[in-house]
Every structure is written in structure tokens, then in C-alpha cells.
Design a protein around this ligand. Sequence first.
Ligand SMILES: *[C@@H]1O[C@H](CO)[C@@H](O)[C@H](O)[C@H]1NC(C)=O
Ligand SMILES: *[C@@H]1O[C@H](CO)[C@@H](O)[C@H](O)[C@H]1NC(C)=O
Ligand SMILES: *[C@@H]1O[C@H](CO)[C@@H](O)[C@H](O)[C@H]1NC(C)=O
Ligand SMILES: *[C@@H]1O[C@H](CO)[C@@H](O)[C@H](O)[C@H]1NC(C)=O
Ligand SMILES: *[C@@H]1O[C@H](CO)[C@@H](O)[C@H](O)[C@H]1NC(C)=O
Ligand SMILES: *[C@@H]1O[C@H](CO)[C@@H](O)[C@H](O)[C@H]1NC(C)=O
Length: 333
Amino acid sequence: MLQYFFGLLYLFSVLLFVTLTGSQADECPLQLNPQRVVVKYGSSVSVNCSTSVQHKGMGWESSEGAVPMTKDSLTTWRVSELRVWGIEPSCYINYNKPQCAVNLLVTIYKTPDSVSISTVNHNGPMMERNQYELQCDVLNVAPVQYLTVNWYKGQTLVNQTIFTDTIKTPVNKTSKLLISPVRADDGAQYRCEAKLELGEEGPRPPPTNTSKTLNVEVYYKPKHSSSTETISKTKEESLNCTVKANPAPTYSWHSEHLKETISSSVIRSSTLSSGNYTCIATNSQGTDSKMFIIISTGRTTFWAIISCGVIVAVVLIIAYAIYKCNASPNSVI
Ligand SMILES: *[C@@H]1O[C@H](CO)[C@@H](O)[C@H](O)[C@H]1NC(C)=O
Ligand SMILES: *[C@@H]1O[C@H](CO)[C@@H](O)[C@H](O)[C@H]1NC(C)=O
Ligand SMILES: *[C@@H]1O[C@H](CO)[C@@H](O)[C@H](O)[C@H]1NC(C)=O
Ligand SMILES: *[C@@H]1O[C@H](CO)[C@@H](O)[C@H](O)[C@H]1NC(C)=O
Ligand SMILES: *[C@@H]1O[C@H](CO)[C@@H](O)[C@H](O)[C@H]1NC(C)=O
Ligand SMILES: *[C@@H]1O[C@H](CO)[C@@H](O)[C@H](O)[C@H]1NC(C)=O
């Protein structure tokens, strides 16, 4: 038992010794509050440096806002308009060991002067399935290490570029997006967004600047959802060849029953005789045809006559039965 007690005591003393001497050997007895600052270029900043040990003097070394040595236990680095990119202030202390110092981490940021979106080497409508390049230019932003460019199509994030350069001064950056538009993308709205994600000490929400929207126009050929449609002659229906396409298509109807070609997108069935009618929709991107089959009503009439006959027969039988029932008592009397 006693052995254990002394063993533990020894362990604790060793730990205590290591902690005390260790901390005094490797660590400077200074506390910075806060330890890291994120400052908007040109705005104010202040950081406290304090100690709890006896000392012969402490102060701030800095290209701006340096504080001369003081005997106090707290000294404040303060700049009212910080305009020195890459400033590296440090707080130092003289005590029983040689002088030691702690560096303050300063991040100075600047939101971009502009964020603009454009199409690379192209103007006007895009062709379906061709590849195009969109470009986002972010001017005069710092530090790019914290910059993210987000690409949006409508409300959807489609891609993201992050930058890894460690340069601290403002620079221009470009991000590119490759797109292969399809017909559904006609009218799509693209934009890019430059976001400075400066970490916990940074502003919330992160400073964000967005480009204008770029409207994409896509040219695509007409394409009917079905290539044939059957229409009954008795029904008052339309032969509707209307189809989506960009640019808007032109129409032409062909049939042995038509004396001349018709160029509207819809024709009424009532004026037509049964048979096949083909409509061709055409624009600069291509052509698509659709056949309408108007069926004769012959069979329908046949069955209508049969059912009419059956109904008439049934009615006659019932009428005869009623007549019989009513007539019988009379005949007895
Ligand atoms: C720095 O110290 C001063 C004086 O003690 C105090 O008023 C101030 O709030 C401190 N600032 C920070 C950032 O802790
Ligand atoms: C995003 O962009 C990168 C680089 O341009 C590219 O390699 C990647 O395929 C893109 N991702 C998507 C989903 O488009
Ligand atoms: C960024 O681009 C602008 C305009 O094109 C130019 O005036 C400026 O010098 C550029 N800045 C840098 C750091 O290259
Ligand atoms: C960029 O966004 C910040 C806020 O996030 C705003 O203060 C600044 O004016 C914007 N810059 C431009 C050029 O719109
Ligand atoms: C023809 O179809 C189009 C789309 O499919 C529709 O917008 C239009 O109203 C239709 N026209 C007629 C006369 O039914
Ligand atoms: C009409 O189209 C149908 C189906 O394609 C075909 O079987 C029929 O022979 C065509 N009729 C005429 C008169 O061309």
C-alpha cells in the first residue's frame, strides 16, 4: 500500500516538475486576446497582450501601432485604420530568461471591386450539346487563400473554385465553367459568387459579392413527343402539330386529301376526310414530322345501329307485356 502511495507521489512530482519547467522553457508567458484577428482593410483593430509573471518590461513590436516597453502587465496594440498588408505584430516580454515574444495572426481582407460573368469567345444563342465556357472575373480581392467562387444555375450550385495562393495583397482572379446546354437549358440563368470565408474570427455571414445573371439562350430543333396520333372523325378535334423549338418552327401539312399545303400549326378535323395527314415542323436546327390518322366512323355507326335495334326490341317486348297484363282482366269480364 505504502509503496503505491510513494509511487503515485513520485509520479505527481515528476509531472509537476515537467509542467512547470516545460512551460517556462518552451512557452512565453504572454496571453493575446484575441489570438487571431480578421480586419477589413482600412478599419480599426485592437488586441490585448497580458502576463501574470513578474517582468522587467513588455511591449508591442509592429510596423504600425508599436507600443513602447511598459512595466504594466497589460499592453494593447491598437490601429485605427489598418492599411498595411501582411503586417506581423508581436508582443514581447523581458523577464528572468532572455526576451521572448508571441506573434499575432492578422488577416486583412478586402471584398472585390467587381464580380463579372461573361461567355468566352462567343456571342448570341448557343447550340444544343456544343460546349461553351463561362468566365467569372473577380477584381482586386484579398486574401485569395480564403476566396471561393461559386457557380449557380438558377438556385443550384453547379461548381466551385477554391484558390490556394498565399499572397496577402489584392489580386484579380478568374474562374471558368464549362457548359453543354440542352433544350431544357434555354432561358437558364447563370451567375457566379465570390465568397470570403475568413474563419471563426471573420465576419458572419462571410462577405459575398455576386455577378449579374447571364441568361443563356439555346437553339434546339423541334421534336414531337409522339410521331403519330389517331383522331376519330366524329369528334370535334384539332390536329395540333404545335411543338416547342427555338427559334420558333414553321409548319407545313401534306396529305393526298389536301389540295394545297397548310402552314398553320393546328387544323380542325371537322373539315377533313378520313386518311393520313403529315405535318412537318422546321427551324434552323432541324425538322420533325408527325402523322395524324383520321379514322372513318363506319364501324362505330354499325355498332350504334345494332344497339339501337336491341333497345327498340326490348322496349317493344316490355310494352307488349304491360299491354297483355292490362288487357287480360278486361277480356275475362
Ligand atoms: C483589453 O483590455 C481592456 C482593459 O482591461 C479591456 O477594457 C478590453 O475589453 C480588452 N479587450 C479585449 C479584446 O479583450
Ligand atoms: C468543376 O470544375 C472542375 C474544374 O474546372 C472540373 O474538373 C469538374 O468536373 C467540375 N465539376 C462539375 C460537377 O462540373
Ligand atoms: C486587376 O485588373 C484591373 C482591371 O483589369 C487592373 O486595372 C488591375 O491592375 C489588376 N490588378 C492586378 C493586381 O493585377
Ligand atoms: C461586396 O459585398 C460586401 C458585403 O458582403 C459589400 O459591402 C460590398 O459593397 C460589395 N461590393 C460590391 C462591389 O458590390
Ligand atoms: C396545341 O398544343 C399546344 C401545346 O401542345 C397548346 O399550347 C395549344 O393550346 C394547342 N392548341 C389547340 C388549338 O388545341
Ligand atoms: C396511313 O398510315 C398508316 C400507318 O402508318 C398506314 O398503315 C396506311 O397505309 C396509311 N394510309 C395511307 C392511305 O397512306
